[in-house]
Write a protein that binds this ligand. Sequence first.
Ligand SMILES: *Cc1c(COP(=O)(O)O)cnc(C)c1O
Length: 478
Amino acid sequence: MRYLSTRGNAPAQSFCDILLGGLAPDGGLYLPESYPQVTRAELDAWRQLSYAELAFAILSKFVDDIPAADLKAICDKTYTAEVYRNCRPGQNAAEITPVHWLEEGKLALLELSNGPTLAFKDMAMQLLGNLFEYVLDKRGEEINILGATSGDTGSAAEYAMRGKHGVRVFMLSPDGRMSAFQRAQMYSLQDGNIYNIAVRGMFDDAQDIVKAVSNDHAFKAKYKIGAVNSINWGRVAAQIVYYFKGYFAATKSNDEQVAFCVPSGNFGNICAGHIARMMGLPVAQLILATNENDVLDEFFRTGVYRPRGTAETHTTSSPSMDISKASNFERFVFDLVGRDGATVRELWAKVDAGASFDISSTPFFAKLPEFGFVSGRNNHAGRLATIRFAWEKYHTMIDTHTADGLKVALEQAPAGVPTLVLETALPAKFEETIREALNRAPERPAGLEGIESLPQRVEVMDPDVDAVKAFIVAHVGH
Ligand SMILES: *Cc1c(COP(=O)(O)O)cnc(C)c1O
């Protein structure tokens, strides 16, 4: 399997070659040259598989430069009941992503947040940690991952990379602006290869430092600076697996269809659902849910993609979806325009210049329904109401992002097929809003009760690019 750039001007590459990199050299995103098709016989056989076996079966179709036995060992080591143990009482952790029915046969949560950081990003990031270690060991190389986080991504990356050979993580976060729980999750890690840097400023200041360091090409090359952001193809590939697993859990035969509802920000999660559908998974509908930051909802309703600036980005109570420019969206548009790199280049020339594009009067918009998307949005009041509704009607506590999904699923779910709402975080991560909605605190999974009182390891710094560079140099040590 070779990988192409969405902008059509970069040489084709193999899976391991793109694993450690970011954007393609022409500024595009990598995608497989074609989507592997899943036969009916394969679907029938896959229905019986464990999560790790299914991950191996699916990833084998995308990876041809890791020997099968090694890829199998990586999947087996990643998807274990010990790692994904934070499921609801009564669920079987060995299923990794259990289905929790709200209305039997009709509406369910697909539990994706049972990993170490209580958000779905662990599903892909844990695999990435093991893949990075494997490839770096093989090549005798190392990587220094530099990132900025406002919460979920940074902690998922740190828990995935802790103790891995050849990997160091330098993670910038805005000093004092994450919840006490999020701070404790990240800063209490004592692994020698994890460095937390709290920047005196906002998330954007941290992000700007990462951009400045990455744009210093000489520094980047000398200190082997890499990233694990949401455009990483390995993350998207890993996420395809749970769409299949959820389908098998929610249906009795491969003649049935399902719908998935996905709380979305950077379009990474639902992009994996789109690819699963393109591979032949019987998906009737992909329902995209946003919060007040509704750039994607607007596109699917109107054909206008209008990325917003920071000033127009709302801070909401589903903060991991506070995105104004969906970094994976280009992958979907590449498929929508018939995989024509020249058209993508034209559209993103506008996006990269800070403008919007409008395809509403083109044949591409007419083709949109073939891809099975519908969309909707939620706001703070709707979030509180949906958390209460799930608690009262289904005796189920859900987090704020999952509430955005459930709200839109209740409005848009197609009749006659089960709808699975992807549970992208556990309520324990968003205690303040849960209290506001339910007047009670969410339960903490076992082992995380006293996490705020553990010793913390963090370097507090001014938002100064040179100081961050000096810190990296001092800790890389050569
Ligand atoms: C990252 C995240 C999302 C958004 O996922 P995308 O892949 O960026 O669309 C939704 N919910 C939670 C809890 C997240 O951490």
